[in-house]
Each structure stands twice: as C-alpha cells, then as structure tokens.
Design a protein around this ligand. Structure first.
Ligand SMILES: Nc1ncnc2c1ncn2[C@@H]1O[C@H](COP(=O)(O)OP(=O)(O)OP(=O)(O)O)[C@@H](O)[C@H]1O
Length: 670
C-alpha cells in the first residue's frame, strides 16, 4: 500500500513535506506568471511588413493564451525522484505543460515529454531509474495530499488511493482529462508513434475515448510542426457525444483539433432509409459499382475535332481521339482526366500548326483547349459531372444500375437500391446518410481527397465499410487511432472483426485490447455482461476496477418517478435512459411532478443534472446514476436491440436502476 498522506485531517501527515510541495507549486505558478508576462512584453513590431506583423502578433497572442494559469487545474500532479547516473535532473515534476524559472531551470515538465514516461510506466520490476514516484491530490486548485510509491529494489506498490478517488469522483458536466492517472496499458497506446495505426478493442468504460483524446494531444506535442500543417481530427458518433468530450483537449492545451461526426465530414444528409437498403449501400462492393458508374459516362469517340484559325482548318481524326481517351482511362482521376483530354487534343492541333510552319506557344495551346470545338468534344466524350448526378442515375435508372453493378450486386440487391419513387432530378433528390458515403466515394474518384496527418475514430464498430473507406481517404498519407467495442455495435452493418475495419480503412495496424473498466461498477458490469454471449460471443467478459456493491437495483412494476427522486437525493448526474418512443412520455411524467430536467437531443449540448436520454443517443456517455426504463422495448425497437441494451446498461458510474413492467429480455434473466 503506498504511503498516502492527507493534511490536515490525518494527524501524522508530515506537513513539512506537504508544505515544501505547496511551496514548489507556488513557485511554479509564479514562474508561469513571469513566462506569461514575458510573452506579453514581446512585440510584433520587429516583423518587416504589415502582414508578417499580423502573423507574428497572432502567434504571440496564442502563446500568451497558452500560458494562462487556470487556478482550478493542478499545474503538476506527479513527481519522480531519479537515481543519479544520467544528466537528467534528479527530481522532476510532471504536469500539463513545461514551466521554467528565469534561469531556464525546469520546474514542471510536460507529461508528454519522453522523461515523463516513467511517471506512467515505472514499476518495481522495471523502475526506469526512478526511486520514488509521488502522486499529488488536489482539492480545487489546492495541493492537499500526496502518495509515495517506492520503486527502488524490493519496493511494493499497491492500489493508488489517488487513482481510486479520481475514478470515484462524481461526474458532473463534460468529460475530464485523465492525465494524472493514465494507466500503463493506456499509456502504451497514447505514446505509440505517429507512423503507427492502432486499433483499440475495449469493453465499456475502459477509457478508449479518453485514450484516443490523449493520444491526439501526445502526437500534437511530439510532432507539432508536421501536424500543424496536415491536421488532426477526432470523429465521434454524434454531436451530443462531441459536446461531452469537447473540453478534454482544450484542458490539455490543444485547441486546434477538429472534432466532428461522420455526417459533419461527409455531409449532413439524413433522409430516412430502410436499414436493409442502407446495408447494401454501406457494403464495400459499392466502391466497384460506383467506379464503373462514373466511367460509364466516358464514351467511345465517334468524331474528330476540327479547329479553325483564319483560313486554316486543323483536324484531329476520330481514331486519334479514341487513342487519347484510351490512354487516359484508368491512369487518372475523372476530373484531371477531363482536363488532360482537352490539353492532349489541343496539343495535337498545335502539332498540325507547327507542321504548317507556325510556332505556337503554351498560351495558344490553352486557348485551343478552351475553344468551342474542343470543349464540345470533351463534353460529349468525357462529360462534366458531379457526384450527385452519377448517384442519381444509379438509384433512378434500373438499366444504368445493372450495367454498373454487373455481377457485384445480386438482382435483389439492385432492386433494393433503386428508389421506389424516383426524384425528378438530382437537384431535388433527398440523400440519406448512407448516400453521403457514396457521394464521397464518387467525389474522390473525380478528385483526390486531401489527407490529414492523423485521425481518431471513436465508436468505429458502427461504421459501414463505405464510411470506413471515406475516413480512410482522410488519413491515407497519415495514420489513425481506431477505437471501439464489437459488443456495442448497434448498426445492421456493425463490424464483426477489427481486421476487417482496418482493411476497409486502408490502414495496417495492430489491434490491442483494454480490459479494465474505470466507469461501471462490477455488479452492474456483470449484469450487463449476461448479454455478451448473444451479442459478441467471441469477447471475454469485462472486468471492473470498481466493486460498487449495492449499485444495481431491478424493479418490476417500479416507477420512474420514485427512482428519480431517490437519485436526486444523492450526489452526481442522473441519466434516465428510455426507449426513444417513450422519451416524451417520461419527460412529461417528470415535468408533471415539477422535476426540472432536460431532454438530450442529437445536436444538443444539454447540461442539466437530470437528463432524459433516448436510448439511441446514450453511446459514449456516462452518468453517476442511470435509470433504464423498459429494457424489453429498447431491445424490440431495432434489429440489434440487445447490443443497444448492453450500451445503455453500461453508462452508470455509481448506480443503475432498471424499471420495467414488461418481462425482461430472457438473456438478462438467464
Ligand atoms: N486512467 C484513468 N484514470 C481515471 N479515470 C479514467 C481512466 N481511464 C478511464 N477513466 C474514466 O473512465 C470513464 C470511461 O472512460 P471512456 O469514456 O474513455 O471509456 P470508453 O472505453 O470510451 O467507454 P464506452 O465504450 O462505454 O464509450 C471516464 O469517466 C474516464 O474519465
């Protein structure tokens, strides 16, 4: 058991140690203030011209903002005392950022620096030159406790109370960072190299989301310049989830990371669609169909070009045009191919001009490429197209679909794809979420999609193959962190293996597993795990760090109101998770009883202690007290309803109350 000292309540706390650490905190704060004052005193006037001045001023402002001290956020949370033997300092304080004094002596070292790694990884078996690790406990911004772990030979370390207190702390508001308590297996993932794509399978509450966000912060610190150019992006399941995680990266000093949803990335199309149709549209076989559909628009040229200049006519014969088109097909994307066709035709005209003794230059070639006869031919042979035009034809014209699908889709699948009632034109078409991925694939066949430096994809098990391809395009010159849980797959096209997910993403990567839960009490997790044999038979039952005896209550015929009132008597957030169809009724019941609450919507960043949450929006979120209403209805509402129930049952941090009138699903009572 580590030494754990709390002052002033514990009489034997050596307050001199605590006082010395508090003094170091005060010194570090003072030094940070001085660093900020210095940054504020720098002037952008030194820059030569006005534009450079503006750019420099922007950078200086950013630096000043980054050096702000947030009194409630601990400046450091750990200390390493190191054995001599290298030229590193013998004492290191690990915190959220570097702080140094006037002589450049480091007072606090960023948690992401290589030397800080030992704070997360050192153990008596492998002390990494550390003789003692000290963890600090804070109350508000005040340093109130410390805990020592001896790592020198023969040292024994037990469970950390500071970690336990951290994970037991009631949840209020948005997700917090876990920088002070990252666990060794999580740290391995956080610090894996930029070139490496990692895929993390993890049971509910094992910290996948937290790890993904910390990895983004780590990579930005380690490859600042490169990633500032290419960019890092976080992709999550919906806006409610994004707003829940939105403060983590800013708390780690990283404000320039885009956080978005697949819809935010591919287009907010949401026309309702039969899941069976969406499943065909999401299948990777569609990639071939779209490729053919696009290139079917390039037709065999039957005519040549005649370009008239003054009294002369320059002719490119039909067979020459055919040769040019044939040589371009398959070697270029669609849009540059079109431009190249015009240029190649113009070049042939120029060759004829030269044969006549003229000496035309590049400008003439451009003018010929833009001339009417060339444009007319290009439009006829290699027409200008948008993704919407191509997809419209595919979903509206059975013969065109059949030509594009060949044997890749069965006649039944083709039948399913066609709109039952076609729209009048591509302009009036209403696209679905699955269409968005198809449009994106077509857009990439036309023009290359730029790649980011790194992509973090959360809840990746729910993405269709075509959506994964779309995300893969956005990291094809970079790498990815892929996070998810096969047991929480709730879409009809949910992944069954991570290898397949990586293949569709176009990334080679290792699959690792996080197995220890930090959220859900053991009793609740064991209860939810009864569903696992039915939804993901290959996965081992999850383990929880938190015993949580008495955390589970199942009430047949129970009242939601009574459960809510009970929860209101305790500390922390409350989520009443109901089948989507019952949300209004549940909210009405609460309102009828005068209980202030909010209803979580797909786009809402509702912050309220008492929230009514539709079951389909609960993924990724957590509440201290969860009340699950009518599990049987949650299961019956969708094809993968049991997986949805598993998600819903695993949102609780402290207590889970299940209230039901209908019989519980058999898998839960078995
Ligand atoms: N090392 C840690 N120290 C303290 N808290 C942690 C740690 N790891 C995870 N947590 C906490 O556990 C909770 C669950 O983490 P997170 O949401 O990242 O899990 P997840 O694996 O993404 O869960 P789910 O699959 O259910 O979405 C969060 O409150 C997170 O802050």
């Amino acid at each position: 058991m580590p030494a754990h000292k709390l002052a002033p309540d514990i009489p034997d706390a050596p307050t001199d140690v605590l006082a010395a650490e508090q003094a170091h905190l005060a010194d570090s704060r003072e030094a940070l203030r001085a660093m900020r004052a210095h940054a504020q005193s720098l002037s952008a006037d030194a820059a030569g011209d006005w534009v450079s001045q503006q750019i420099l001023q922007g950078l200086l402002d950013q630096r000043v903002a980054a050096l702000a001290d947030h009194p409630d956020t601990p400046l450091f949370f750990g200390r390493l005392d190191r054995a001599d033997g290298d030229d590193l300092p013998s004492t290191i304080y690990v915190g959220r950022r570097h702080v140094h004094d006037g002589t450049s002596r480091p007072l606090v070292i960023d948690w992401r620096a290589p030397v800080s790694r030992a704070f997360y990884q050192a153990s008596p078996a492998e002390p990494m030159s550390v003789v003692r690790r000290r963890r600090f406990g804070y109350h508000g911004g005040a340093l109130t406790a410390y805990e020592d772990e001896p790592l020198a030979e023969g040292g024994r370390i037990g469970p950390s109370r500071i970690l336990t207190e951290e994970i037991e702390r009631p949840r209020t508001g948005p997700m917090r960072d876990i920088v002070a308590t990252i666990q060794p297996d999580q740290d391995e993932i956080v610090r894996s190299t930029l070139a490496q794509t990692v895929c993390v399978q993890g049971a509910p509450g094992t910290g996948k989301t937290a790890v993904g966000l910390h990895r983004a912060a780590y990579l930005l610190f380690t490859h600042r310049e490169r990633l500032a150019r290419s960019g890092v992006m976080i992709v999550g399941p919906n806006r409610a989830f994004l707003s829940y995680i939105s403060s983590v990266l800013p708390a780690l000093g990283e404000v320039k990371v885009d956080q978005t949803t697949v819809a935010g990335l591919l287009g907010e199309h949401a026309a309702p669609e039969d899941p069976e149709v969406a499943a065909v549209k999401g299948d990777a076989r569609m990639a071939k169909v779209l490729d053919r559909a696009l290139w079917l628009h390039v037709v065999k040229p039957e005519e040549g070009v005649v370009f008239t200049k003054g009294a002369y006519r320059f002719r490119v014969a039909d067979y020459e045009v055919r040769e040019i088109v044939a040589s371009l097909r398959g070697t270029t994307r669609y849009a540059p191919g079109r431009a190249a066709l015009a240029q190649r035709l113009a070049h042939q005209v120029l060759v004829r001009m030269e044969q006549r003794g003229e000496s035309p230059d590049d400008r003439v070639q451009d003018a010929v490429a833009r001339s009417k006869p060339v444009r007319r031919l290009v439009d006829a042979v290699w027409p200008k197209l948008t993704p919407e035009q191509v997809l419209f034809r595919l979903l509206a014209e059975p013969e065109f679909l059949a030509r594009a699908a060949k044997t890749d889709l069965s006649p039944e699948e083709q039948e399913r794809l066609l709109w039952a009632k076609p729209y009048r034109s591509w302009k009036s078409a209403k696209w679905s979420a699955a269409d968005a991925a198809l449009l994106d694939e077509l857009a990439d066949l036309m023009e290359r999609t730029p790649s980011l430096g790194h992509l973090v994809v959360d809840e990746a098990q729910d993405l269709s193959e075509m959506q994964l391809r779309a995300l893969g395009r956005r990291c094809r010159n970079g790498s990815a962190t892929v996070l998810g849980d096969l047991a929480q797959g709730t879409t009809p096209w949910s992944a069954t293996t991570w290898e397949a997910v990586l293949a569709h993403l176009g990334q080679e990567g290792e699959v690792t597993e996080l197995t220890l839960g930090f959220r859900v009490p053991r009793e609740v997790l064991d209860y939810a795990a009864r569903l696992l044999p039915s939804i993901a038979p290959g996965l081992a039952a999850p383990r929880s760090l938190r015993p949580g005896a008495g955390s589970l209550t199942v009430r047949e015929g129970g009242e939601v109101l009574a459960a809510v009132r009970e929860a209101l008597g305790r500390e922390g957030s409350i989520g009443v998770i109901a089948p989507d169809a019952l949300v209004a009724e549940v909210a009405g019941t609460l309102a009828g009883d005068g209980l202030a609450h909010a209803v979580l919507g797909p786009d809402s960043a509702e912050e309220h202690r008492l929230l009514v949450v539709p079951a389909t929006l609960a993924k990724g979120l957590e509440y201290d007290h969860v009340i699950v209403v009518e599990p049987a209805d949650i299961v019956d509402a969708e094809p993968r309803g049991l997986a949805r129930l598993y998600v819903v049952l695993t949102r609780a941090v402290t207590t889970l109350t299940v209230v039901h009138r209908k019989p519980l699903p058999a898998q839960l009572t078995a």
